[in-house]
Write a protein that binds this ligand. Sequence first.
Ligand SMILES: Nc1ncnc2c1ncn2[C@@H]1O[C@H](COP(=O)(O)OP(=O)(O)OP(=O)(O)O)[C@@H](O)[C@H]1O
Ligand SMILES: [Mg+2]
Length: 237
Amino acid sequence: MHSEYLFETRGLWAGYGGKPVLQGVDMQLRPGEIVAVIGRNGVGKSTLMKSLIGLLPIDRGTFEFRGQSLDKVPAHKRARLGIGYVPQGRDVFPRMTVEENLAVGESISGGASREIYDEVYSYFPILAERRHQRAGTLSGGQQQQLAIGRVLIGRPSLILLDEPSEGIQPSIVIDIAKLVVELNRKTGISVVLVEQNIDMIRAMAQRCYVMDKGRITTRLAADALEDRETIRRHLAV
Ligand SMILES: Nc1ncnc2c1ncn2[C@@H]1O[C@H](COP(=O)(O)OP(=O)(O)OP(=O)(O)O)[C@@H](O)[C@H]1O
Ligand SMILES: [Mg+2]
C-alpha cells in the first residue's frame, strides 16, 4: 500500500450466495478526494459500497484503509475507524424522530459531542426545524439530508454515498452536492460517490471510475468530467 492513499482495493471479489458480482475491483482514493463510481444499473456499484463498509464479505483480494487491512474487520468497527455509509434508498427509521435518527449515528460511530449535533443542524437547517418530527413525515430530499447528517454525527474521514440523488427534487440534489463539496473543502473529508445524475457527478466529483460487469473498466480524470456527453456515454456503457 502506498502511504499516499486513504484506501486501496486490489483485485476485490465479492458476491451473493457464491455468485460473483465484483470481479477484481482495483481502486484508490487519496485523502481529501471526491471520486465518483458510475455505470449502468446492476453492474455492482452498491455491491462495491457494501463490501467497503463490510456488510458483504470480501471473497478475494484486499482492502486497505489508512494502511490497515480491513478484509476481516466487521462493519461496526469500520464505522468506528471513520468510514460512514449512506445506503442507496437512505434507510432512515421512519417512526423515529429526526433527532433520534441522528442519535443512531452517534451509537454506530461510538459517541459524539453536543457540538456535532449543532454542526449537522447548521448544515441542514430543515433538520433543526423538524428535529422532533418523525423521519417518515419528511420529503425524500429531507430524508436524504438526514441520512447524510446521521453519518456526519460520527465525524467520519470517509463517506460512502450510494446514489444520494435517487428520487429527490433537482433543487435538493444541488443543495446536497454543494454542502458535501463545502464540507470536503472545510474538513478534508473524502467521498466515494455512486451516482447516475450527471449534474451531481459534475458538481461533486474530482474524477471518476466507470464500472462494468463488476470491474473498473475506465478512469476519467477531471477534464473528462467537463463534458456532459462523455459522462452520459459512460453511464450507458
Ligand atoms: N442481496 C442480493 N442478493 C443477490 N443478488 C443481489 C443482491 N443485491 C444485488 N444483487 C445482484 O448483484 C448485481 C449487482 O447489484 P448492485 O446492487 O451492486 O448493482 P448497482 O450497480 O448498484 O445497480 P443500481 O444502479 O440499479 O443501483 C445485480 O445483478 C443484482 O441483481
Ligand atoms: Mg445500486
